[in-house]
Design a protein around this ligand. Structure first.
Ligand SMILES: [Zn+2]
Length: 283
């Protein structure tokens, strides 16, 4: 099953070097432990993690220059993430289903954030997940009248799919200027949860995650919405493993079809991405 394409992969190698920092030995007790002490993966994962990172370094076109990973979005916001729901369907949505979709989105996204809580200087114990907008073709599909979310009607992308206003989207405004967004920065969205009727598998990237509308809605109360979880991994920079497998690890979420939840190896790959990215934030 094709589980997705990342916008971050598949390009010639660049002459990038590891951002590992030299840590000078302090003369007195440091205020906090050196970063190296925060990096303690299980011994059996050290080699495969190193293989994964070297593969990422040699295949991503702009690994260290790209500044729209999920990490960057949360840091820019100061610790939360805003979503637009793209409802590419003619199926009506009740207020109850809307709220259940929000709850599911929060529960699933939080599984990745829980991996980071208290780890290696990641500054947020919790990352609230807000849905600020819904995009539809026909307002009558959304069966609520409150103003809890912004509603974008018949605002279509080039392929005819409804989207929230580009002026409010981080993907389109990576400088963080939302002055043309009617609700301003407070109503901007970082990612889209793009639900399409009959869409097989999934896709994910810095713009958000896309999968079948039926799949996500039917799985909304499941413990693990694994396609969504996999695609969120891409939004934070994790790669696919269609053509190779790191040494000594079997099933894991980012190896499509081999696991249905975040495994220990997925968690450490996620942490490794932050470890390599955090110097840009002064950590
Ligand atoms: Zn994938």
């Amino acid at each position: 099953m094709l589980l997705g394409t990342s916008v971050l992969v598949a390009a010639p190698a660049q002459a990038e070097t590891s951002p590992a920092r030299a840590v000078a030995a302090p003369a007195a007790a440091p205020a906090k432990a050196p970063a190296a002490e925060d990096w303690n993966p299980p011994a059996n994962l050290v080699q495969p993690l190193d293989q994964v990172w070297r593969h990422v370094e040699s295949t991503y076109p702009d690994l260290y220059g790209f500044r729209n990973y999920g990490w960057d979005q949360i840091m820019a916001n100061g610790g939360y993430i805003n979503y637009c729901v793209r409802w590419e369907s003619d199926t009506p949505v009740t207020a109850q289903t809307r709220d259940q979709i929000h709850a599911a989105l929060t529960r699933q996204f939080t599984k990745w954030m829980d991996v980071m809580a208290g780890h290696n200087e990641w500054p947020y114990r919790q990352v609230p997940v807000n849905i600020v907008g819904w995009a539809v073709r026909d307002r009558s599909l959304l069966q609520w009248n409150d103003d809890s979310v912004d509603i974008y009607v018949n605002n279509l992308d080039g392929g005819g799919a409804p989207q929230c206003a580009p002026a409010c989207g981080r993907f389109f405004n990576q400088n963080g200027d939302y002055s043309r967004c009617p609700g301003g920065a407070a109503r901007h969205y970082d990612m889209s949860l793009w639900l399409t009727d009959g869409f097989g598998g999934g896709a994910g990237g810095d713009w958000g995650q896309r999968m079948g509308r039926e799949y996500f809605v039917n799985a909304r109360n499941s413990e693990n919405i694994h396609i969504f979880l996999h695609e969120v991994g891409h939004s934070f920079g994790l790669d696919d493993f269609y053509d190779w497998t790191p040494t000594g690890v079997g099933g894991f979420l980012m190896r499509a079809g081999s696991a249905s939840q975040i495994t220990e190896f997925d968690a450490w790959m996620f942490r490794d991405f932050w470890r390599h990215l955090k110097p840009r934030y002064g950590y």
